[in-house]
Design a protein around this ligand. Structure first.
Ligand code: GLY
Length: 359
């Protein structure tokens, strides 16, 4: 078992990574103290496949609340149904929510925990690469609004994260691959050696070699933990995690969430790299390396259908991180060296999008 700690003082927590790490749950719940009831908030598919394996590790399991898999479930209405479930189960302030599934489970379950009784504790048990490398760590919780992705939410740190790679086995290959986009993102923004590692381990990663998967998860969690520890509420540094996400979120929304989040992020990174290259901030060679790595990993670098650039621009204008009505994005100058742009123009977005449909 590898353990990474998110150093946030009294809000700090461990992330346990490896095979059979679900066995870490009873001691974790014990250490948290005072947990009389645990309500599981689970993706229905994941629950069908794995709840029987997880259940014996949750001594005080009181209720299991399901939702239909998929981004379409990530709404206030679903969270309201969880709150009804928590009320029915009579969860008290010292009780706990355990989220079980991918990013959608963690975001919504964490948000329900943040709202119930003005905030109770929760533990994340992510079952996808995307959630394991990104969403389960850092305390961003919430749901989508018709106006855009993740526009409603709260910062609420989990009390622990348990990534059991056994639960990843049933993840289909498309979802497995989609999660790798966030891993490449972390490498590009923080760790050049880790970028090289991806290039060197494409086969082992795609073949899901347990050692490589565990190493990938642990290195990502360490990167994310360090960024979150330095800037929990995204006052500065944490914004670098949004590399690829300004255009990525717009694409995700405009394709009606038919793409996986990671696929949209890969496209967003390719497009935002084009902006960086256009400004002379990133070398064309580095941008090409990112495209090649995505392609080798099976991630998209082209849009299947062109999108209306004006619609993308409108969506980008709604991004949470904008200041003064201008479009923002994060660019990578070199591996590990980022810069935040707060003045991206509509023309730059148009040009960036053409990078996603060029033959
Ligand atoms: N996924 C970006 C963040 O947690 O800040």
């Amino acid at each position: 078992v590898k353990t990474v700690t998110v150093e946030l003082g009294p809000r700090g927590y461990p992330i346990h990574i490896g095979a059979e790490t679900r066995s870490q749950l009873p001691p974790l719940l014990d250490r948290l103290g005072g947990v009389r009831k645990v309500a599981v908030i689970a993706d229905a598919r994941v629950a069908d496949l794995h709840l029987d394996t997880l259940e014996p590790c949750i001594p005080n399991l009181t209720a299991v609340l399901h939702f239909e898999p998929g981004e379409a479930s990530k709404s206030l209405a679903t969270v309201a149904s969880f709150l009804d479930g928590l009320a029915e189960a009579r969860l008290e302030r010292s009780d706990l929510v355990l989220t079980f599934g991918g990013g959608v489970a963690g975001d919504m379950g964490g948000f329900a925990a943040a709202c119930w009784l003005r905030g109770i504790r929760y533990v994340q048990v992510p079952t996808t690469i995307e959630a394991g490398v990104d969403a389960s760590v850092g305390g961003k919780t919430g749901v989508n609004h018709a106006a855009g992705k993740n526009l409603i939410g709260a910062f609420h740190q989990p009390s622990g994260v348990v990534i059991d790679i056994d639960f990843l086995e049933t993840l289909d290959q498309r979802d497995f691959i989609a999660g790798l986009a966030e891993s490449v993102k972390h490498a590009a923004i923080r760790d050049g050696a880790f970028f090289d590692w991806h290039e060197q381990h494409v086969k082992a990663i795609l073949g899901r070699k347990p050692d490589s998967v565990a190493e990938l998860l642990a290195r990502n969690c360490a990167i994310k933990a360090a960024v979150v520890a330095a800037d929990e509420r995204e006052a500065g540094l944490r914004a670098i995690l949004n590399y690829g996400h300004t255009i990525g979120h717009a694409i995700e929304r405009l394709t009606d969430y038919q793409l996986r989040h990671g696929e949209a992020v890969a496209l967003g990174i390719v497009a935002e790299n084009a902006i960086a290259v256009g400004r002379g901030l990133m070398s064309a060679a580095d941008a090409a390396r990112v495209r090649e790595l995505f392609t080798a990993l099976g991630l998209p670098v082209m849009l299947a259908e062109p999108l209306d650039p004006e619609a993308v621009i409108d969506r980008c204008r709604l991004d949470k991180k904008n200041r003064g009505g201008e479009i923002n994005c994060v660019v990578v100058r070199q591996w590990g060296a980022t810069e935040r742009l707060d003045d991206v123009t509509a023309e730059e977005i148009r040009t960036a999008l053409s990078a996603l449909s060029a033959n």
